[in-house]
Design a protein around this ligand. Structure first.
Ligand SMILES: [Cu+2]
Length: 141
């Protein structure tokens, strides 16, 4: 699969920009530790784009969770609601913060209890490419 993806990326670059994860840098990635038995966990990271084109992350998945979604927090009438963001776009030579109080990666149904010091694997899909993250689990605060 890797070879096919790389090849399709080469083909695409001949005519249109290659929409892979090229130029995507990820910093400060972590998953917040939750009490044992928690049905969902939240992941955070800063996504930076060193390239000249926007990078759109269309979805994410993980071998450690049943599903991964991007959620934003929206304040309205004094209430805070979570809304699903279908995709994330990191602007060229810019950054997008997935940070507490603004947005998070919602990680559903962990395969087991993850404690501080553990690592989870998250895969981001950007165009024809993917980027795999190893995110440490950290204690809250
Ligand atoms: Cu959420």
């Amino acid at each position: 699969m890797k070879i096919i993806r790389a090849f399709s990326c080469l083909l695409a670059s001949a005519s249109i920009p290659c929409l892979a994860c090229d130029g995507l840098d990820i910093a400060d990635a972590y998953v917040m530790e939750s009490p044992p038995g928690a049905g969902v966990l939240a992941g955070f990271a800063t996504l930076r784009n060193s390239g000249d084109l926007p990078i759109t992350i269309s979805r994410a998945d993980s071998p450690d969770f049943s599903a991964v979604e991007f959620h934003a927090l929206v304040r309205k009438d004094g209430l805070i609601r979570m809304v699903v963001e279908g995709s994330l776009t990191v602007p060229p030579h810019g950054a997008l913060a997935i940070k507490s109080g603004e947005r998070h990666m919602m990680l559903f149904k962990p395969a087991r209890d993850f404690r501080a010091g553990d690592r989870v694997t998250i895969r981001l899909f950007c165009g024809t490419g993917t980027r795999e993250l190893q995110m440490p689990v950290e204690k809250n605060g």
